[in-house]
Design a protein around this ligand. Structure first.
Ligand code: PRF
Ligand code: ZN
Length: 352
């Protein structure tokens, strides 16, 4: 994928720095890990430091000194994650700040204006997001409203030459609504598309079916971004189903609770027996945590020091970035099937 701040190999995992910072990891470290595309969030950045300040310093890239690519989510997802504090109408969404109770009106025009100020390489359409389990008319309204808002997004977008606006397919796990949303969005001929409204607690069977329905229909020559998916197994399987981009806070959030990714699944470093394991999290891993420290030491650190969360976050990010590069290479080499077989066998077979 060629973007204004360099080329990105796909499939790609995008680490999430919601507020213009990763939790516990600097952007310099993200660059060292080989990250080429980061995610940030319009709602949080609009609240602080604000779009005007970001525009004044020449955008988020300059503000945080990041030379690679950025994608901004539109604020749509906060309608679900902050549902107690938001109200949606045809005009747009109103949020009440959990910090100081101030109101923020986010119409499609506002989301795009702020995203133009932030200056990310990929910006997202403002979608009407409802919980995946939402039934009937409200789900239909949300899906159709997302298309109406897309037309307002496109009209408001002032940087079509250097910012790629991705529409977001909605419709929950209802195949008719998805089909309608797919048809409407594909007609608008964007440079890439996102699949939204999933990873919200739906049945796994419905999840896979909906992903396949979308990837089958979306244009083959344009990137497809599955929003909010980040479990290693889901990333591998969905890459096989034709997804190119993923994002999720899971890798760093779970690290802060002491869980590391390994080729044999999740490793809970808080468990007492880890005190006697004098090996790295993952043999051969080139990250700072594995090159320097044993599981036993990390287990001891977790109870005492913030730095343990930092080290495990670095490891999990390195794990996902390397996993994606290996997936990419296996596709290039025509060896995807063998790679996926090996990955799944290792993941579910603890003894290797
Ligand atoms: N829409 C937006 N951001 C998202 C999602 C979505 O549907 C999801 C999936 N639930 C994650 N992030 N705008
Ligand atoms: Zn490591």
């Amino acid at each position: 994928m060629r973007l204004p701040h360099g080329e990105v190999k796909t499939p790609v995992y995008m680490p999430v720095g919601t507020k213009g910072a990763m939790k516990g990891v600097t952007y310099q470290e993200m660059d060292d890990l080989g990250c080429k595309l980061l995610l940030a969030n319009t709602y949080h950045l609009a609240y602080k430091p604000g779009g005007d300040l970001l525009e004044k310093v020449g955008g988020l890239h300059n503000f945080v000194n990041w030379k690679n690519n950025i994608l901004t989510d539109s604020g749509g997802f906060q309608m679900v994650s902050m549902s107690q504090l938001s109200e949606v109408t045809e005009e747009g969404v109103t949020f009440e700040s959990p910090y100081d109770r101030s109101k923020m009106h986010l119409r499609p025009e506002d989301s795009i204006h702020t995203q133009n100020q932030i200056g990310a390489d990929i910006i997202m359409a403002l979608d009407d997001v409802v919980k995946t389990a939402t039934a009937g008319l409200r789900m239909q309204e949300a899906s159709e409203r997302t298309t109406r808002w897309l037309d307002r997004d496109i009209a408001a977008h002032k940087r079509k030459h250097d910012q790629n606006l991705f529409p977001i397919v909605q419709g929950g796990v209802d195949s008719k609504l998805r089909e309608q949303s797919l048809n409407d969005l594909i007609q608008r001929e964007a440079n890439g598309y996102a699949i939204g409204g999933l990873a919200g607690g739906e049945d796994k069977a419905d999840f896979w079916k909906t992903v396949v329905q979308c990837t089958t229909k979306l244009p083959k020559n344009k990137p497809r971004y599955l929003m909010g998916v980040g479990y290693p197994v889901d990333i591998v399987v969905c890459s096989c189903l034709g997804v190119d981009m993923f994002d999720c806070v899971f890798s760093t959030r779970t690290a802060r609770f002491g869980t590391a990714f390994t080729e044999h699944g999740f490793l809970k470093l808080k468990n007492n027996e880890i005190a006697n394991v004098f090996e790295p999290i993952q043999k051969g891993c080139q990250c700072q945590a594995c090159k320097n420290y044993t599981q036993s030491y990390l287990h001891y650190l977790i109870a005492k020091e913030e730095v343990a969360c930092h080290l495990i976050s670095i490891h999990n990010l390195n794990y996902l970035i390397q996993l994606m590069l290996n997936l990419h290479q296996s596709i290039i080499d025509g060896k995807l099937t063998g790679f996926v077989n090996g990955f799944l066998k290792n993941w579910y077979q603890r003894e290797g």
